[in-house]
Design a protein around this ligand. Sequence first.
Ligand code: FES
Length: 173
Amino acid sequence: MNDTTFHEIISRYHSPSGRTLGILRDIQIQEGYIPRELLNRVSVELNEPVSRLYSLVTFYSFFSLHPVGEHMITVCMGTPCHVRGAEKILETLQSLLQLSGESKDGKYSQTTQDNMFTVEIARCFGACSMAPVLHVDGDLYGYVTPEKIPDILSRYGWKGTGISQSENRSDAR
Ligand code: FES
């Protein structure tokens, strides 16, 4: 983001009420995430501790501190989904999409190297009766099994890199 755009966003908000969130939201929309460098600049500009801004960004799921992929996959890890195999769903996604499985910034979030997919976790979508569930770009999938994941991913342009589907099926039993 160049200086002109940054200062234009800062100058949009005059009232202290909601100013910080408004600025962070506009940066998120403009950049697709909140780069660390911009978080520091907002901190200086608003004279707010960077730790407070960090807390806001990690609290609201709308914000991300790293670039997100073209397609957002959110796996529910609430208790009913967890009991019915959400951990296995996440492991299968990590394996098929070749993700390391490490958490960043206090939120689990991993993006594929080609920036096609980001995988995040959440707690309960209110669809527990269909557990385990996941969202892809807002589409809800219920009763998900590891065997169904290659088909779900292929609807969003996944080309089948990583472990083969037959390996995945035998692994899921
Ligand atoms: S716990 Fe997963 S939808 Fe409720």
